[in-house]
Design a protein around this ligand. Sequence first.
Ligand code: ATP
Length: 570
Amino acid sequence: MSDSEEPQQKTVIGIAFGNSNSSIAFTSPDGKADLIANEEGDRQIPSVLSYVGDEEYHGAQAKSHLVRNPKNTVAYFRDFLGKSFADIDPTNAHSSAHPIQHEDGVAFSVEEKADAEPSTLTVSEVTTRHIKRLKESAADFLGKTIDGCVITVPTDFSEAQRKLLSEASKACGLEVLQIIHEPVASLLAYTAREDTSHPADKTVLVLDVGGTRTDAAIIASRGGMFTLLATQHDYELGGRQFDDVLVDHFSKEFIKKHKTDPRENERSLAKLKLECEATKKTLSLSTSAQISIESLAGGFDFHSTVNRLRYDLLSKKLTDQVVGLVESVVKKAGMDLTDINEVILAGGTSHTPKLASRIQQIFPSTTAVQAPATNPNALNPSELSARGAAIQASLIAEFEAEDIEQSTHPAVTVTPHLAKPIGVVIHSPEGDEGKAEDKVYVFLDAETAVPARRTATFVGTKVGGDVLIRIVEAKKESVDVTPPKEVKEKVNGTDDDDEDDDDDDDEEEEEEKVIKRVTEVEKVIAEALLKDVKKGQKVEIMLNVAGDLTLTLTARVVGGKGGVRGTVPG
Ligand code: ATP
């Protein structure tokens, strides 16, 4: 074969596409993933586009236009992709171009050309323009045409959102080889570093504290296969809330000196926000930081300093919330903190030393917490997603499209999950209103990895008689569900305090508090009838869902004899 006939290696990149920032990475021939800086030298490229005159600005340059030209500056749009206007929370876009309803989606109205009417840019169009700029930066840096990419998205990105993202990328000539979950990419970034073909089995918690949201995921890594076990999200907790702590702190100082509140003027507030973000970042590296803003408000300049201790105190509530999210995802997975072998801190806000040390404190000392403040060898948390995406891109670059879909590569394999929540309906001949009533409870939440087994105890009937139990597929809702294991403990806990069990109302109340009801039943999967249950007696239900989704239901009266058992194929 002559040189000219040799197959050309594809040039592929990894893209982390965040609401606040995006980054691009590539894998060198020796298998090392590295971030690519754009023309301004930024590796964290703000996901922002701004239109001034006939110019389009991107990244940090666009972000600086939030002060002078907010209404033509589009920011925080990633999570709007594929959503209807009624479903979005526009809070983050308060100080930039406002989202508007467009057909059944979301758009922005911006003056993108001088002396022309404003144009309507759909979120898909903005995404295409943003990815185009990222692709051009990568092509300039590598000196090659980019053939394809792997993009990371949060675990709650829907199929429709993924499809739109692929299409938006294709529209600027960049083929998406695969879309992978952010926490899987972060784990991959660390696993690739282990330098072994057999990574150790471990259960890892990936905590991603970004700019606008915080996401936690638990991943089981077994024999190099990754399984997503549980996820939890907080859409009102991120770096922006940490910025606001300093915004409020300095505003109070400014008011004391100049009797005017810089938060009341949009431009002053925008300036203050940008500078507070910079000050916050400095506090991750130094124990004190300065802030200096010319003509902040009322013509007054502002100069001040803050030390880390003060900042840690001011932001304690937010740190507590992050810790709470970590604890809740562990609980959701039906695990204990001691079951987690490693915690990976991802996202820009994970640079915060206090945050990392607080997370370290709740875990046993044997659990490694990978963050710059707790491990000097930790990778940069802002770079994990893009690195993981670049590693995955290089692994699948030469695969055919259908092979990627069916790829059994560790990074892309997740165990089967329940598509819909499974609920239990308890039929009571005499319910709260004195009439026959069905109560529906979530038993196994959607996305629960199978095989799974849950047991819970319910009060069978208030009046005595037969109890009909139906196992149902419920409508998928994003509700927080208390795991039935805990329900059982709580219900039994009441029992211990109340041996003779004569206070049915208390019992019912306890039950109401701890189990979330679902409203809509989609399909009945199985039924069981327990005969002659006495007033107030408890019924224990055990549900086993096998890997092939075969469902086994066992129901019995607590303390009674026998019970019923049935199996439904998957
Ligand atoms: P999201 O999608 O949640 O908006 P993202 O993935 O787009 O987030 P990231 O780059 O992970 O964005 O996080 C951005 C946030 O991280 C910003 O609030 C930024 O101020 C913060 N951040 C970046 N570097 C540091 C640092 N050194 N110390 C503290 N916070 C930082």
